[in-house]
Each structure stands twice: as structure tokens, then as C-alpha cells.
Ligand binder design. Structure first.
Ligand code: ADE
Ligand code: ZN
Length: 321
């Protein structure tokens, strides 16, 4: 079984329906509008976000977040992952009543517990939520820049890609870049190739969350391949959200064959009935990836990771030549 690494998973989106239902009972909240028959209820991106926000609102204490990070990373390690970057959202924590510092420290504690048990290495990427507007995204960047938590390694932007003009968010990324953080942002998931081109033009990230709709423009695919920008592909998420009708139409293989650096990721695993393990299985079954190809994809992820050089060298050593 190929060793795995993940660069794109939203920690609040990794909470299973069972764990969210347990949190709802703990806080006396009715979860039935969002969880039915042991699964999250949603039908499109907007209702997915509503279910996601509901789940996030039920993680309120430091111990809630420590348990969430610990349980997700421990299960990931059991599926053969050696490295994980989780997206963390201070805005969701604030809505649930926790300061950004307490939230980050609590997640860091969960990461340390998982590492002690399984050896998995992990880092955090602070994200701003695009549909909350420029002010909150800049505030998230300022927090990321000043927090100095040893496991916070990057800054990104998630949320509704159709909201606002990307140029207005550039300052947030500059604040994070100035602080030495790695940069990634969601683009080319809900919006087509133009959104990926705008991300490259205005933000100059080393990675793009999704980016798969770049496949609509051959010149842009060439630009991504030439620049070495890494795509955080999440095929199971894309099919669940109907970005493409099925795996046969998914451009993962075409992007890779065109020379783009691609990685495999679960995004919000229980919402999309996936896991990092399943993404690797999808790549084998639907995109014809061999064990050697899958290990090369893991190597790409580690090389693109926002962790320090020494950590990355140790991880690459585990993957062999
Ligand atoms: N936040 C959580 N999951 C997301 C996704 N797939 N796209 C954009 N924002 C998100
Ligand atoms: Zn995402």
C-alpha cells in the first residue's frame, strides 16, 4: 500500500456525522435538519456550506477541537498517511465562542496527541472565508502572521469562490507571505479556468486548492505545468458537488499527463463519503494510477508541503527513491 500525504482537508469538515451528533447531544442542539440516517444532509454547495457551518458551531471548547484533530489524524495515519495539512478557520471558531489563539493551541494539542500515538506529522493552514468579505479574510491573515504557533505553516482562502473580486483579497495574501507563510487558495472548483488564471496573476500561490477547471483552457494548463504550481485535487469532492458528472470526465489524469503537479486530497471527507484512502483508490481505479504513480503523488505532496525543510527531508526519506 502506497504511503499517503494530504495537503487539503478542512478540519471542521472532517468531523464525522457520529461525532457531530455526539457534540449536538452534549450541547443540547437538535441535529436532525443536518444529519439523517447517519449522514450529513445537503444537496448543493450552498446547502453543503450550511451543514458544514452547523457542524462547526458544535465544536466550542478547547478539548472539543483537540479531540477533533486527534481523531482525524489518528484515523488518517491508520490509513497509511505520514503527513497532513489541515485547513483551520478562526472565523468558525469565533462563531463557536473560541479565540483564534485558543483554537489554534487546542488543534495543536490534538495534533501532538495523534503524533505521539501514530507518528503522523501535521501542520495547520489558517484560512479566511471568502464569502465573509475582505475584512475578515485580512483579519485571518493578520492572525496567521502574528500567531507564531510552530505548527501554523500557511495561509489560504476557502468559501464561496463566486463571492467578491479576487484583487480585493490580494492584501491578505501579502500579509501572510510577508510573515513567511506558504500560500494556497481555492480556485477552479465552482468557477472555471478564469478563476485559476486570476489566482495565478494576482496571488502568485505555490499551490491551488482544486484548480481542476483549469483543464477548460489548454494554455492555462501549460502555464500551470511550466510554473510548477501544485494542484490540490479532490476528485471525490468534485464528483459529490457535481463539478464533473463522473470520474470518467474528471481531468486528474489529463492534468497529470500534461505535466501539472497533482496531489490527492479528501477536502471534507464525510460530506463527500470519502477519505484520503478512498481518493488513492479512486486514482488507481478510475485514473489508472499504479502503486509507483501513487507514491510519486505522495512525493509531490511532501515536496509542496509548507513544513520546514528538515521535516520534509525526513518524510521524503520514508518514501524512498
Ligand atoms: N470549505 C469547505 N469545503 C470547501 C470547498 N470544497 N470549497 C470551498 N470552501 C470550502
Ligand atoms: Zn477545500
Amino acid at each position: 500500500m502506497a504511503l499517503k500525504a494530504e495537503l487539503h482537508c478542512h478540519i471542521e469538515g472532517a468531523a464525522s456525522p457520529e461525532l457531530v451528533a455526539e457534540q449536538a447531544r452534549k450541547y443540547g442542539v437538535d441535529a436532525s435538519p443536518y444529519i439523517r440516517d447517519g449522514a450529513f444532509v445537503w444537496s448543493d454547495f450552498t446547502s453543503f456550506l450550511a451543514a458544514y457551518d452547523f457542524s462547526a458551531s458544535l465544536f466550542r471548547s478547547e478539548e472539543d477541537y483537540a479531540r477533533l484533530a486527534d481523531s482525524y489524524l489518528t484515523s488518517l495515519a491508520r490509513d497509511g498517511a505520514i503527513y497532513s495539512e489541515i485547513f483551520i478557520s478562526p472565523d468558525h471558531a469565533a462563531t463557536a465562542g473560541l479565540s483564534p489563539g485558543a483554537y489554534t493551541d487546542a488543534l495543536g494539542e490534538g495534533m501532538r496527541r495523534a503524533q505521539a500515538r501514530t507518528g503522523i506529522e501535521a501542520r495547520m493552514i489558517v484560512v479566511g472565508i471568502r464569502h465573509l468579505g475582505v475584512g475578515p479574510v485580512e483579519a485571518a491573515a493578520r492572525f496567521a502572521a502574528r500567531c507564531r504557533h510552530p505548527l501554523v505553516a500557511g495561509f489560504g482562502m476557502a468559501g464561496e469562490e463566486r463571492a467578491g473580486d479576487l484583487e480585493d483579497f490580494v492584501r491578505a495574501f501579502e500579509i501572510a507571505r510577508e510573515a513567511g507563510l506558504g500560500i494556497t487558495l481555492h480556485a477552479g472548483e465552482l468557477v472555471g479556468a478564469a478563476s485559476v488564471a486570476a489566482a495565478l496573476d494576482h496571488v502568485r500561490p505555490s499551490r491551488i486548492g482544486h484548480g481542476v477547471r483549469a483543464a477548460e483552457d489548454p494554455d492555462l494548463v501549460r502555464r500551470i505545468a511550466d510554473s510548477g504550481v501544485v494542484l490540490e485535487c479532490c476528485p471525490g469532492s468534485n464528483i459529490a458537488l457535481q463539478v464533473f458528472p463522473g470520474f470518467a470526465e474528471h481531468p486528474f489524469r489529463a492534468l497529470r499527463d500534461a505535466g501539472c503537479k497533482v496531489t490527492l486530497n479528501s477536502d471534507d471527507p464525510p460530506y463527500f463519503r470519502t477519505s484520503l484512502k478512498r481518493e488513492y483508490e479512486i486514482a488507481a481505479t478510475h485514473f489508472g494510477m499504479s502503486e509507483k504513480d501513487l507514491t510519486a503523488i505522495t512525493r509531490t505532496a511532501v515536496e509542496a508541503a509548507f513544513a520546514d525543510r528538515k521535516t520534509k527531508a525526513a518524510l521524503l526519506g520514508r518514501l524512498g527513491r
